[in-house]
Design a protein around this ligand. Structure first.
Ligand code: TMP
Ligand code: ZN
Length: 405
């Protein structure tokens, strides 16, 4: 039996996905052994936090061969350039402001802070991406962000104006330690800002592939507001972000700061209460959608295959691991998955062991159908693949709905 990782409250099962491999763990050979864990989505009805039951050890997910490299998407590069601009405006009138990023990956955000000479630090546990950041002139410590490393940063470098985490706070099981670390590290008038996929959007779209080992928490404004209060913060602002299929950025400040929450926070709290997100009954429709979506996609792929058409996957995303393994879509349906991340090419997808191939191979092959596993990069990919689509190449998309385009 699990209890809530945040408030120790009673938790209920929203959905059981069964045994799953580690989503970002690409295999060197199709026969390689791999680790499986039990993927269950749970709800705490006391603090509204949605969370996983069994969690994979961080060292098994984030290591020297971490396969997720942020800068493979131009849209994401632009997103973080805009973010850096906005944050620098928040602190530019301060004397020598200090910006720290949790999980800075290959420096996609911090490079814009570093190049303008601002004091900064990236806290990144995965060696390969930490090195990529250093090569861009970014200050890095190779570590997990928690209360201990936060205190060390505070002692060595002093208090922080902005602590930022993009698509990373959701990854950290010991969220209490992160909150305590943020509290110890920040100036009284500092900001703790983080963004992650917004769970109500995941539900609306039936995008159950967002649920996998690295995402331990699935935030809503209700649950973040509750966590903030429990650790001496207040949630003062929220702002939807058009990345990762719909994210939310949360702005937390010390409960002692004079800043008042903006009206938009209250609006979201009301809306989410109306959706019933603090009770299990609010999730029933989503659970139905999970099974319906998985079934209709598999039936469509089978039919296309029966008509002797080639189908491949486009984008070896971490998300696709849940989709392909839960729906049992394997090499009988997808010949391969094409991806532009060099370390993924030549490897095999977790669980289903589908080969990952280069974009050049995809261009050469010109498959009749491509299942858009990287649906969160649809606009960018459709722009890039205009000639594929103009020459009878078809994409199958399954979020927000199943269609051939
Ligand atoms: P993400 O959904 O976690 O951002 O991962 C996107 C994956 O899709 C990543 O492995 C890179 C890949 N990708 C391509 O292969 N081609 C592209 O044009 C884009 C934008 C991403
Ligand atoms: Zn709880």
């Amino acid at each position: 039996m699990f209890s809530c990782k945040i408030c120790s409250g009673h938790i209920d099962l929203i959905h059981d996905f069964g045994r799953m491999p580690i989503a970002n763990h690409y295999l060197k050979t199709a026969q390689a052994d791999e680790f499986f864990y039990h993927l269950q989505l749970l709800l705490c009805q006391k603090c509204s936090m949605i969370q996983l039951g069994e969690c994979v050890a961080p060292s098994q997910m984030f290591h020297e061969n971490y396969h997720f490299i942020s800068s493979t998407s131009q849209n994401m590069s632009h997103h973080f350039e805009r973010t850096a601009f906005d944050f620098l405006q928040l602190v530019q009138s301060r004397r020598d402001p200090f910006i720290v990023e949790v999980g800075c990956n290959d420096g996609i955000f911090l490079k814009h802070v570093a190049c303008q000479g601002f004091r900064h630090l990236g806290v990144e546990p995965s060696k390969n991406v930490a090195q990529a950041s250093r090569a861009k002139g970014i200050q890095i410590i190779e570590d997990f962000f928690n209360e201990k490393s936060a205190l060390k940063i505070f002692n060595d470098k002093g208090p922080v104006d902005i602590l930022y985490g993009a698509n990373v706070i959701t990854h950290i099981e010991d969220l209490a330690s992160v909150m305590k670390g943020a509290s110890a590290l920040l100036k009284k008038d500092g900001w703790f800002i983080f963004e992650d996929p917004y769970f109500p959007h995941v539900m609306e779209k039936g995008a159950f592939d967002q649920i996998y080992d690295e995402h331990i928490y699935y935030f809503s404004v209700l649950s973040v507001d509750c966590v903030a209060r429990s650790f001496g913060f207040k949630l003062v602002d929220v702002s939807p972000q058009p990345v990762h299929g719909g994210s939310m950025r949360y702005y937390l400040r010390s409960s002692q700061s004079s800043a008042q929450p903006k009206a938009v926070v209250g609006k979201y709290l009301q809306l989410e209460q109306k959706m019933g997100l603090n009770a299990l009954s609010g999730y029933l429709k989503f659970c139905e959608k999970i099974n319906q979506n998985a079934c209709s996609l598999k039936n469509m792929l089978r039919k296309i295959k029966e008509e002797k058409n080639q189908i491949v996957g486009y984008g070896a995303t971490a998300k696709s691991s849940t989709l392909l393994n839960y729906s049992k879509i394997g090499v009988d349906l997808l010949d391969y998955i094409t991806d532009n991340t060099p370390p993924k090419i030549g490897k095999f997808s977790p669980g289903q062991h589908i080969p990952i191939v280069s974009h050049e191979r995809f261009v050469e092959d010109h498959p009749a159908y491509s299942l858009l596993l990287a649906w969160n990069h649809k606009e960018e990919i459709f722009l890039k693949e205009a000639s594929y689509r103009n020459n009878k190449g078809k994409f199958i998309t399954y979020v927000p709905q199943l269609e051939i385009v």
